[in-house]
Design a protein around this ligand. Structure first.
Ligand code: CA
Ligand code: CA
Ligand code: CA
Length: 352
């Protein structure tokens, strides 16, 4: 029996030694083999066009536009097409063995597009043409079918909860700083991520509009309100900045040489002011034209004109007594209507 025991011990020792040698010999291999996820680098582009659903190039006109004041930040008119392109480069640290990534396992989110999922556009570089993102490959993702936002809207809140930033100070149109859209994208693969932003603004479209009234009546066509000769006439000139650029040097003139007084000379986007002039009614049909002018930050001149009329009456105008404020429109219209009725009655009496 001792022979068997000695034999068993020898067998056991041999097996242990074999196991040790196996483990020892396998340890260096395990240090080299585990594949890792490499690094992702994201470049986000803004494109002033609607991208196709697939592609393998970054279209001309797309811009990295990281800083809102970069000269490459595009100006895109409100409502025009805008797309975003996301370039994902995959690299592997030196000495490491990196797992290839499936394109679908790389995801992208965008701060201003919370409900939109960027989708695969195509490969920019797929060196071994295996449709898989190996180290050294570059893949493209996209969001298309978007419309540029009107960034000049007062109080605009963007999808990320913030307001547009000041940017486009160096935009190609020379218009200078204005509200600018910035979104930041993040690309993610298991355990890794990277971010990049892009910006755009709207081209400047400065505009001004004026509505000129006589005693509160727009009165674009004659005769306009009837006013007794010698009574006061109040002209108002409602001037509105209806463009997307702040206006300076805003002034109103009147073609009849009236002195027009305005409360200010600048108008922010959407702001309006009422300028005034005063006079005394003269006999007969009267018309004058008010003209508003202003200047955009890029020096572009804007102008608009509007007329108004009144008819000066030698006889007292019933109910057209000194125009009550703030309801001149109602009173003047009533006076005109009453005068018309009186004229009709007088004509009937003459016929009778
Ligand atoms: Ca960018
Ligand atoms: Ca590949
Ligand atoms: Ca008018």
């Amino acid at each position: 029996m001792p022979k068997f025991r000695i034999f068993g011990v020898l067998i056991g020792t041999f097996l242990l030694a074999a196991l040790f040698l196996t483990l020892a010999s396998s340890t260096p291999v395990r240090a080299e083999e585990p594949a890792v996820i490499g690094d992702l680098a994201l470049v986000k582009y803004v494109c002033p066009t609607n991208l196709a659903s697939t592609g393998n190039l970054i279209p001309a006109g797309c811009s990295d536009a990281n800083n809102p004041n970069d000269a490459t930040v595009p100006t895109i008119a409100a409502g025009s097409s805008v797309s975003f392109l996301y370039q994902v480069s995959y690299t592997c640290p030196a000495g490491a063995i990196c797992e290839p990534l499936r394109p679908i396992s790389v995801t992208i989110s965008d701060t201003q597009l919370p409900s939109v999922t960027p989708t695969e556009y195509g490969s920019l570089t797929d060196s071994n043409s295996n449709n898989t993102i190996d180290p050294g490959d570059v893949w493209l993702y996209k969001v298309n079918g978007q419309s540029a936002i009107d960034l000049s809207q007062p109080g605009l809140v963007l999808p990320d909860g913030g307001a547009p930033v000041s940017g486009c100070a160096n935009a190609a149109d020379g218009g200078g700083a204005r509200p600018t859209y910035v979104n930041e994208a993040r690309t993610t693969a298991p355990g890794i991520s990277d971010t990049d932003s892009a910006a755009y603004c709207n081209p400047f479209a400065p505009s001004i509009v004026i509505v000129k009234s006589t005693n509160g009546v727009d009165a674009n066509t004659p005769p306009g309100p009837e006013i007794q000769v010698g009574n006061p006439v109040a002209w108002t000139y409602l001037v509105t900045n209806n463009g997307n650029a702040a206006l300076s040097n805003v002034a109103v003139t009147d073609d009849r040489g009236l002195t027009v007084t305005c409360p200010k000379t600048t108008l922010a986007v959407g702001e309006q002011m009422t300028c005034t002039a005063n006079g005394v009614a003269t006999a007969g049909q009267y018309v004058n034209i008010g003209t508003a002018t202003g200047q955009s930050p890029s020096g572009q001149q804007v102008t608009d004109s509007d007329t108004s009329h009144y008819i000066g009456s030698a006889t007292p105008v019933r109910s057209a007594r000194p125009v009550p404020i703030p309801e001149p429109v109602t009173v003047v219209l009533f006076g005109t209507g009453l005068a018309a009725l009186s004229a009709a009655v007088a004509a009937r009496r003459r016929k009778a």
